[in-house]
Design a protein. Structure first.
Ligand SMILES: [Zn+2]
Lengths: 185, 411
C-alpha cells in the first residue's frame, strides 16, 4: 500500500488494518473492481485522456468547442481543469514533459499526434496548460515552436504558483489563469 | 542550570532594548547531539564555551539553518539528525521590529523532504521561510573563501543573495535544474555518438532538443548572473572600506565578479530590462562557440556554475598574497561587509555568529570587530576557553557552558 502515491507508512497501515477486518467477499470484490478498472481503462484515441471507450466522453461531447485544444502533461490535469467548469474546449494529454534526466525526449510524448490533430481539425487555438516547472517551460517552448505555423498558441501561467504543479493549484487560481492566458512569444 | 532543557534567566535584561532583530529562544529536538533542549538568549552577546565536539558549534549551525536553510558543514540532512532518530526539529522564536514575534520551525527528516513552518503553519515551499531570520556566520572554514576554489566563493555570494532576496533560491534552483537536464541530454548525445548513431534525422532531433535547453539555460543563467553581479557591486565597496580600516589603509582590495565564457563584465552593470536580453544573447553565442567541446565532454561548459569572484589586494590575486594574517584580514573584511550590506538593505541588523574564530584574530582585528558590532547586532560566539580573546567580549555577555549536549548557564 505504501507504494501507492500519497500513501505514507501510517495511512498504509490504517488501510491494511481496515481491509483485514472486512469480510472476504468485500475485499475480493474490491480487488476484482481494481483489476477490471485497470484492464478496461485505456487512453482516448483522440486526446489520450484516460477512457474506458476508444474515444473519451469529452471528445464525444458535441457541446464542446472542437476548435480549441488545451494541452496538459497528465490526465490528472484534465480532471483538475474540468473541476473549474471554466473550459468548454477539448484536451490533449502529452503523457509527461520533456526531461532528459528521466530519459523522456519529445518523441516519447504525444507530440506528433497533436500536430496531426491540429492540422486535421483546423484548430483555432491551442492553450498550453503545462505547469511552470523547468521541464514544463521547456515542453511549452517546444510545442509553441512546432504549432505556431498552424494555429494560435497561448499559455496559461498567470497566478500559478511558480514551480508548482497544476494539480496543487486551487480551482479559483486555475479558473483565473484560464481567463488570463497570453500569446506565446 | 535546569535539567529539563530550559535555561532560566532574567528575561528582558540589559541591552536588549535597541536590538531590532532578535532571536529570543531556540528549541532543538534530536538535532545533532541535542535530544531536547531549549536555549534562551537573554543578552545581546551569548558566548558558548566548551571543548571541541561538545555541541557548541551545533547551536550556531541551527541558527544558520533557520536563516539560510543551509549548513556550511554539510549538505545532507541525515548528518543533522541525532543518531537513531528519524526527525530533527529546529525552532526559533524571533522578534523583529518589522514583523513582531515569529516562530520559525525547520523539520528535517531522515530520507525525506524537509519542511518549514511559520507560526505553526506549514509552508508550501521551504524557501518561503527565508527572510524570517537573517544571520551572518563567520567560521574558520571561511579562510577557504580566499584559498579555496571558485565554488566556495560562489556558495558564499549565493548565501548572501538568499537572504537579500529570498526569490533567488527559486532562481538558482531553476538554473541548477536546467543545468542538470542539459547535462543529461549532452551525456545521452555523447553516448549516441559513441554508438555511431549518425542518421541525419536523429542528429536533427538532438540538435533541436538541445537548442531548447540552450535557450532555457541562457534565460536562467542571465537571471542568476545579473543578481550575483548586482549583490557583489553592493558588497565590494563596503568590503574595501573595512579592509582599509582593518589593515591600516596601506592596502587596496578589489572585488570583481568574473563570469565565464564570453560574457563581458560591463554587460552585467545596469538594471535596464534590455540588459537581461543582451546577457541571454551573450550566453547563446558563448554556447554556440563551445558546442564542439560540449559535445565532446558531455557537459555544459558555459554558465554561472563556472564563474568566480576575483579578490585582489594591491592588484595581486589574494590567494597568492601575503601571510595567513593578511588573508584573515581579508576574510574579516568580507564578513563585515556581508553584515553591513544585509543591515543596510534589510533595514534591520542580522545576527552575527562567530564560530571559533575569535581566538584566531589578533587583538587589533578583534577590536575592529567589536567596534563594528557595537551593540547593534545580536552576537553568538563559540570558544574553547574564555581567556582566548579580548576581555571586552565578556561585557554584558551571557556565558553558557556546553558539555556533551548539556548547556549550563554560568555566573
Ligand atoms: Zn478524448
Amino acid at each position: 500500500m505504501q507504494r501507492l502515491p500519497g500513501i505514507g507508512p501510517k495511512s498504509a497501515q490504517r488501510l491494511a488494518l481496515h481491509l483485514l477486518k472486512r469480510p472476504d467477499a468485500e475485499v475480493e470484490a474490491l480487488a476484482k473492481a481494481l483489476l477490471e478498472a485497470k484492464q478496461q481503462v485505456g487512453t482516448c484515441q483522440v486526446c489520450f485522456h484516460l477512457s474506458a471507450e476508444p474515444v473519451c466522453e469529452i471528445c464525444r461531447n458535441p457541446n464542446r468547442d472542437r476548435l480549441t485544444i488545451c494541452v496538459v502533461a497528465d490526465s490528472r490535469d484534465v480532471i483538475a481543469l474540468e473541476k473549474t467548469r471554466e473550459y468548454r474546449g477539448r484536451y490533449h494529454v502529452l503523457g509527461g514533459t520533456i526531461s532528459p534526466m528521466d530519459g523522456i525526449g519529445p518523441d516519447m510524448l504525444t507530440v506528433q499526434p497533436l500536430i496531426q490533430r491540429v492540422q486535421r481539425e483546423g484548430t483555432r487555438e491551442v492553450i498550453l496548460a503545462i505547469g511552470p516547472s523547468v521541464e514544463g517551460e521547456t515542453t511549452a517552448l517546444y510545442l509553441s515552436q512546432l504549432l505556431k505555423p498552424f494555429t494560435r498558441v497561448t499559455r496559461i501561467a498567470f497566478g500559478l504558483p511558480v514551480g508548482g504543479d497544476l494539480e496543487y493549484a486551487d480551482e479559483v487560481t486555475l479558473a483565473r489563469a484560464l481567463e488570463g492566458r497570453r500569446e506565446m512569444a | 542550570m535546569v535539567s529539563g532543557g530550559l535555561i532560566a534567566g532574567p528575561i528582558a535584561v540589559l541591552g536588549l532594548v535597541g536590538l531590532v532583530m532578535y532571536l529570543r529562544r531556540l528549541h532543538l529536538r534530536q538535532f545533532r547531539n541535542y535530544g531536547d533542549r531549549v536555549i534562551a538568549f537573554d543578552a545581546p552577546k551569548t558566548i558558548l564555551v566548551g571543548d571541541n565536539a561538545q555541541g557548541k558549534s551545533n547551536v550556531l549551525e541551527a541558527v544558520e539553518l533557520l536563516a539560510t536553510l543551509q549548513s556550511h558543514r554539510t549538505s545532507r540532512d541525515g548528518d543533522l539528525i541525532q543518531e537513531g532518530a528519524a526527525i530533527a526539529t529546529v525552532q526559533g522564536q524571533i522578534e523583529r521590529q518589522s514583523s513582531g514575534s515569529m516562530d520559525l520551525e525547520l523539520i528535517l527528516r531522515r530520507g525525506g523532504r524537509r519542511t518549514v513552518a511559520l507560526n505553526g503553519q506549514g509552508l508550501r515551499r521551504q524557501a518561503d521561510g527565508l527572510g524570517t531570520l537573517n544571520a551572518v556566520l563567520f567560521s574558520c572554514l571561511d579562510l577557504e573563501l580566499v584559498r579555496g576554489g571558485p565554488e566556495r566563493r560562489r556558495a558564499w555570494l549565493d548565501g548572501l543573495l538568499l537572504q537579500l532576496e529570498p526569490l533567488y533560491s527559486h532562481i538558482l534552483g531553476q538554473y541548477n535544474r536546467v543545468l542538470r537536464q542539459r547535462n543529461a541530454l549532452l551525456r545521452q548525445q555523447v553516448r549516441g555518438d559513441r554508438r555511431g548513431v549518425t542518421e541525419p534525422e536523429s542528429t536533427d532531433d538532438h540538435a533541436a532538443e538541445l537548442a531548447l535547453w540552450d535557450a532555457q539555460l541562457a534565460i536562467a543563467a542571465a537571471r542568476v548572473v545579473r543578481r550575483r553581479a548586482r549583490a557583489l557591486a553592493l558588497l565590494a565597496p563596503r568590503a574595501a572600506a573595512w579592509h582599509r580600516d582593518i589593515g591600516g589603509g596601506t592596502e587596496t582590495l578589489d572585488i570583481t565578479y568574473v563570469p565565464n565564457g564570453a560574457i563581458a563584465p560591463d554587460l552585467l552593470e545596469g538594471n535596464e530590462g534590455d540588459r537581461a536580453i543582451a546577457v541571454q544573447q551573450a550566453y547563446l553565442s558563448a554556447i554556440r562557440e563551445k558546442a564542439t567541446a560540449e559535445r565532446h565532454q558531455g557537459t555544459s561548459l558555459v554558465g554561472p556554475h563556472r564563474d568566480d569572484i576575483d579578490l585582489r589586494v594591491n592588484g595581486v590575486p589574494a590567494r597568492q598574497f601575503g601571510s595567513q594574517g593578511q588573508q584573515r584580514t581579508l576574510v574579516l573584511a568580507l564578513k563585515l561587509a556581508e553584515l553591513t550590506t544585509l543591515e543596510e538593505l534589510l533595514g534591520e541588523p542580522p545576527l552575527l555568529l562567530l564560530d571559533d574564530v575569535l581566538a584566531e584574530l589578533d587583538l587589533k582585528r578583534q577590536d575592529r570587530l567589536l567596534g563594528a558590532i557595537a551593540e547593534r547586532f545580536q552576537t553568538l560566539v563559540t570558544a574553547t576557553h574564555l581567556g582566548a580573546f579580548d576581555g571586552r567580549w565578556l561585557d554584558g555577555a551571557r556565558i553558557l557552558t556546553v558539555r556533551r549536549g548539556q548547556i549550563d548557564a554560568t555566573g
